[in-house]
Design a binder for this molecule. Sequence first.
Ligand SMILES: *[C@@H]1O[C@H](CO)[C@@H](O)[C@H](O)[C@H]1NC(C)=O
Length: 224
Amino acid sequence: MITRLLTGLTFLFVLRAVEANTEKVIFLAPSRSSLPASLVNINSNSGANALSPEQLIIRSSVPVAFPTVQNPRGLEYWYLLRHLNPEQRYEVRVCWAASQPTEFWLNVFGIDQVPTSLLSALGSAQLDSDHSGKTKSDQPTESVLALRIQAAADFFSSNQTLMQHPPPVDVDIILDPYLLNVFPASLSPTALYISVLAVVGYFVSGVLWRYLSPSAEVYKLRKD
Ligand SMILES: *[C@@H]1O[C@H](CO)[C@@H](O)[C@H](O)[C@H]1NC(C)=O
C-alpha cells in the first residue's frame, strides 16, 4: 500500500517535471533601504520589468542566443524585485516548455551591486538631479533586489536557420513568497495534498494492521 502510494506520488512529481523545465533561486529579502536616485521615480511607470507581491508573475517571450566565448551564458536580462518583506524568504522561478531547450541562470543582487546605468535603464526613470538636496527621511525606503536572468539556447539542429536564429523562448517568471519561510506559497496545495495522503495512509495502515494481525499473532506464537 505504502509502496503504491509512493509510486503514485513519484509519478505525479515526474509528470509535473515533464510538463515544464524550471530554474530557480531562493533568497532572503534584505532590510529596507533608501532607493538609489535612479529608481526613485520608478513608481510612475510601474515597469514591466518588476516583480512584487502585487505582480507575482511576468509572462514573456525572451530572445536567446547560443553561448559564445564572450557570452558563455547567452543573453542576459535584469528585473527588479520590489516591495519585498524584509527578512522573508522568497524564490523566483523561471519556467519554460521542454520543447524549447534552453539553459537559464538566475542570480539576485543587492541594488547597490548593480551598475547605475543598468538601473536607470531598468527604471527608465530620469536621474533625479536634485536628490542630494533631500534629507534621508523623505527618501522612500523599501526592500528591493535586482534579478539577473541569463539564457542560452541549448539544442542542436541541422537546420541552419534555427542554429543562427534560435527562436525566442516563452517563459513565466514567478515570484513566490515562502509561508513561514519554509514552504513556497504556491506549493501549499501540494503540501496539503501530501498531508491528507499521510493522514489517510495512517488510518488505512491501522485497518490493514487489524486485518493482518491474526497472522501476526500466529507469527508471535511460533516465535515464542
Ligand atoms: C528551418 O527552420 C525554420 C524556422 O523554424 C523553418 O521556417 C524552415 O522551413 C526550416 N528549414 C528546413 C530546411 O527545414
